[in-house]
Each structure stands twice: as C-alpha cells, then as structure tokens.
Design a protein around this ligand. Sequence first.
Ligand code: ZN
Length: 176
Amino acid sequence: MYQRIGFLYKDYIYKKITVVFDDTFYLNLAIEQAILGVKNKQGGPFGAVIIRNDKIIAQSNNMVLVNKDPTAHAEIVAIRAACNVLGHHQLTDCIIYASCEPCPMCMGAIYWARPAKLFYACTRFEASEAGFDDSFIYDEIALKPEYRALISGQLNIDGATAPFEYWAKWGDKNLY
Ligand code: ZN
C-alpha cells in the first residue's frame, strides 16, 4: 500500500525514500497536489501531474481562486506549464495524471494537447457528490443548443467563414 509521506516531489528526492515511479505513484502525487492547493486556499480540490520519459515536467493544483481565472483548472495550468517546458503546443509522448476525471473544458484541452495517455483517480460522479458538478456541463454539451441552460446559437452573418479562407491561404498547416 502506498504511504502518503509528503506533499511535494522533492520530498521523495531529498528524503531518499525508495518509491516505485508507476501510475499509482503519479496519481498519488496528483492527489497530494490537490490537497496542497486546498491547504493554500488557491482553488478547488484538484491536482494534475504530467510526465514524459518517466520525468515530471509539470504539476499543478486548481488555481481558480488565487488567479481569479475560471479556466485555471489543475489540468489546464499543468498543460500550459508542460508546453512551456517542451517549447511546443503538443504534449507528444506525455502522460497526464489527474486527481479527478477531467471536466469537459479540461477534457477538450487534453485532446488538443494530444498526450499519449490520461489517467485519473476519482470520477466526475464523486466530484459531483462533493459539490463540483462537472456532470452538469457534460449533460449540457450532449443537448442540442436550443435545449441548453445557456442561451446560445449560431447567428448567420456575411463573412463568417473569412478566417478559414485566410487560413487556407496563409495558415501554417504543418505546425498545427
Ligand atoms: Zn477542468
């Protein structure tokens, strides 16, 4: 059984404690990060760790409150940091570990980042029981726009597709 012994990765290095760096270890680290964020009153109880070639390249907790940013979920903050480390907008060969099943926003960001794998500890339903109703957004997205709680819809205007025409001419499709 994994023993929760510290809060940060450096503890494992400095204390020279022998640990197995497997999925369980990284998931536990994401959980530790989530708890740390709550202790520091930075945001909700969520954490994420991103590794590449068995090395941690980024980790974060939810920073929504401290950053006053509704998009500063642990996964998003960690993805931005990891991309910064790699100097690239895709997380090729990376594995993302999240303390909880990602919300739809993070799930979208994860698909865009294109990591090799994603693992999470608890589910969206457990998050919902704790008062974080990601399930609501999942349900909303599945609905046709006219049935959603958010008033939304397409407005038909001339020139709406002009950005795509410019993209076809000038866009850098190799890099995207
Ligand atoms: Zn999220």
